[in-house]
Design a protein around this ligand. Structure first.
Ligand code: GLA
Length: 741
């Protein structure tokens, strides 16, 4: 009887497709269900349940987010939270899905608006919902005025990752001003031992993993730099104190936005923990006329009970299958050569041809000319903005070089920094008004450059035209797209003062449109997101760029630490690294060619060394390592990553294992950074293999495993492990394990 009542009361939304659990629309969406009696909404997918409910007052409250509940579990209806005292009123204690500022809210609002009459009070109530096939859209409306909010929930069936975003629409008949807007607020189940993880850094030192206890009060992670920023990346993870690399709960999320952003993590007066992510309210204001709307970025949030390793593996999968270009099958990264560290601005046809010939001889598949090929660009002082080939350096244009590169069997790629201009450029001389600026005020330069105002239609049209012409007249299959400075004086004098701060949103929206427009016109084109290294790595730009440059720091040891941090949030499928010269240009550290190669092989492999300085034996070794990499790159880039030993906190060693999806191939990288290693630490136990399969072990590079067998079961490699015979400082070895039938 109970079951019949249950079935009658619950309505499966289109995300489900049928009560039997089959998904509609190509299987894109997860299971979503609404219990009409209790007004509880529930999304299930990838071993995760997310639920919220409408309380008696019409407010939308979070009910649960974590490991999947049984299908038969009924969540109780949302009950309005009671005040603790006259000092801790209910709004400051309520786990809102999307809190409007108003009615005594003292925690972080998801939306704050101002009306022409000075009212700044918003009381968002449930106004309906729609099934969009692969997402659930919840309609909210202010209790008194026609401010409408649509919340989108799209849960990925395979990974349980929830993509949340919001749109606010003004139907009041007059203007409203949005002072603050988030994509989502996520509320965690009660616990008093939460830890927050995030990634911080600076130029040449990005993606350093940080942690702190979550305690009463708020902790703000943000960028005010106009771009995602090296300083903090828009990713967080929250764990319990006992969570480890392979066990325990981890809630995580990343904001897909390449401009100013903020994630506010706070613990309210009664211990409730809320994470609100969206546009940075710092210097933010967005005026909406009657009928206009503003969309937030997307916050992608997930849960894993298998520690930080489980969390990153599920997030990597989601990025490959849902985010990166060509998802669900992102293309493998070709081995590339880039001339930057070899020649800096000193590029010319003969020099690049010589490098290209050498690069081709070691197996490089894509040859990239970096900065210096255009305008009067002999240093960083001039030329940015003038995207015309420098005929002193390339007397017949880029054509002959590209022909030679293609003839050598390689693709050709080019560095650009379209959003910037040097004051010493033809573009700036013609259009000094095209940069962001406040009239009559200083225009602060950084690296001798200013930021073009991409919010302006004419600037965008110009860039599209110039870049389209460049790509149409040459066989250019790849752009390294740079952004080399933080913003200053973010003015947009051509629009009314009340509209100027739209800049923060309009710039990034137009950047995305520009990238999408170029990709549409040139379907073969691949793009790398670079911003002085890893200053623009986020899920917004990664929808439009196959790969990212994590850092200008190419020292192989520093890079391992950077890559370890990066891997907590982002997929190896998109991560590039280069083998450069030793001593390294950043820190003068001397390392072996093999160590440099194995460090750079953790994602997409590039070579950035001056090949004119290489000896014959280096070429032979490089050729062998590039060939070995190609045999295993699908597993490295698209497989499951296990951080066996992380290099952070001065660990004398580190190791990763990448396992293919069918578990038939695994690639082990082992590094010894310092001789301060006890011999027992040389043994590495693997993870993620099929325990009952038999795997053969073969060294790819470095010393062979000491005192180990050449063939054993997955159980053996995971339980007993293998001893890697490394000695000295900065040594490395790599092995491939293949399942033998
Ligand atoms: C930035 C990039 C470098 C290089 C230079 C060129 O610093 O991060 O890789 O392209 O610009 O000026």
């Amino acid at each position: 009887m109970a079951a019949t009542n249950e079935t009658r009361r619950k309505v499966f939304l289109g995300l489900l497709g049928s009560a039997a659990g089959m998904a509609l629309g190509g299987g894109a969406g997860a299971r979503a269900m609404v219990d009409q009696a209790t007004r509880v909404f529930r999304l299930d997918g990838g071993g995760v349940t997310y639920a919220f409910g409408i309380n008696a007052g019409g407010q939308v409250q979070s009910l649960y987010w974590g490991a999947a509940l049984a299908a038969s579990d009924s969540l109780p209806a949302a009950v309005p939270v009671e005040a603790n005292s006259s000092n801790e009123m209910a709004p400051g204690l309520t786990p809102y899905e999307f809190a409007g500022f108003g009615g005594g809210l003292t925690t972080e609002p998801a939306l704050k608006v101002r009306f022409p009459d000075g009212v700044r009070d918003l009381d968002l109530r449930y106004a309906g919902h729609q099934d969009k096939g692969d997402s659930l859209v919840l309609q909210l409306q202010d209790a008194k005025r026609a401010v409408r909010v649509a919340l989108t929930y799209a849960m990925d069936e395979a990974t349980g990752i929830l993509a949340r975003s919001a749109v606010v629409e003004n139907r009041t008949g007059n203007w409203i001003q949005v002072d603050q807007m988030a994509a989502a607020c996520l509320n965690l189940p009660y616990s008093d031992d939460y830890r927050l993880y995030f990634l911080s850094g600076r130029w040449a030192g990005e993606f350093m993993l940080q942690t702190r206890a979550i305690t009463p009060g708020a902790f703000v992670l943000e960028s005010r730099k106009g771009v995602t920023s090296h300083q903090i990346n828009p990713w967080i993870a929250v764990s319990r104190a006992a969570t480890g690399e392979e066990s325990g709960p981890v809630w995580f999320g990343a904001l897909g936005w390449s401009g100013n952003w903020r994630i506010n993590v706070e613990m309210d007066a009664m211990g409730g923990v809320h994470a609100t992510a969206g546009y940075n309210p710092f210097d933010f204001s967005y005026r909406l006329k009657q009928g206009e709307s503003l969309a937030s970025p997307v916050f992608h949030a997930g849960f894993s009970n298998e520690g930080f390793g489980g969390a990153s593996r599920v997030f990597h999968r989601y990025q490959r299958e849902k985010v990166l270009p060509h998802a669900p099958r992102p293309r493998l990264r070709p081995v590339l050569y880039n001339s930057w560290e070899a020649t800096f601005f000193d590029v010319n046809e003969a020099g690049q041809v010589a490098l290209a010939e050498k690069a081709a001889s070691i197996g490089v598949e894509r040859f990239v000319v970096d900065d210096g090929w255009f305008g009067a660009r002999d240093s960083d002082k001039a030329g940015l903005g003038d995207w015309v080939v420098n005929l002193k350096k390339f007397p017949s244009g880029l054509g002959p070089l590209i022909k030679r590169v293609n003839g050598l069997g390689m693709q050709f790629g080019l560095w650009v920094e379209p959003e910037m201009v040097n004051p010493d450029s033809d573009l700036y001389r013609a259009h000094p008004d095209w940069v962001i600026n406040f009239p009559g005020r200083q225009r602060s330069e950084a690296r001798n450059q200013l930021v073009l105002n991409l919010a302006r239609k004419d600037v965008c049209e110009h860039l599209l035209k110039v870049l389209d012409a460049l790509l149409s007249s040459h066989n250019i299959e790849y752009l390294k797209w740079d952004h080399n400075r933080a913003w200053s004086e973010p003015g947009w004098p051509e629009v009314a003062p009340d509209d100027q701060q739209r800049l923060y949103v309009a710039y990034v929206d137009n950047l995305y449109k520009l990238l999408a427009g170029l990709r549409r016109r040139h379907p073969k084109l691949e793009i790398e997101s670079c911003a002085s290294g890893g200053g623009r790595v986020d899920l917004g730009i990664m929808k439009l760029t196959e790969q990212v440059w994590t850092s200008d720091n190419t020292d192989p040891y520093d890079r391992l630490v950077i890559q370890d941090g990066y891997s907590h949030a982002y997929a190896p499928a998109a991560m590039m690294a280069w083998v450069t010269d030793s001593p390294n240009f950043v820190n003068k550290r001397v390392t072996s060619l093999e160590y440099r190669f194995l460090s750079a092989m953790q994602g997409g492999l590039g070579i950035g060394a001056n090949l004119n300085h290489r000896q014959d034996e280096d070429f032979a070794k490089a050729r062998r390592l590039v060939e070995a990499y190609k045999q295993v790159r699908a597993t490295i880039q698209l497989g499951n990553l296990y951080r066996l030993v992380s290099p952070g906190n001065g660990s004398p060693r580190s190791a990763t294992l990448s396992v293919s999806h069918d578990r038939k191939q695994a690639v082990l990288f082992a590094f010894l950074h310092s001789s301060m290693l006890r011999s027992a630490q040389k043994t590495i136990q693997l993870r993620g293999l099929d325990a009952s399969a038999v795997y053969s072990l073969r060294p790819i590079a470095g010393s062979a495993a000491a005192g180990t067998v050449a063939k054993a079961s997955g159980a053996y490699w995971m339980g007993h492990g293998l001893k890697v015979a490394l000695e000295g400082d900065f040594q490395a070895a790599a092995f491939v394990l293949e399942a033998v039938s």
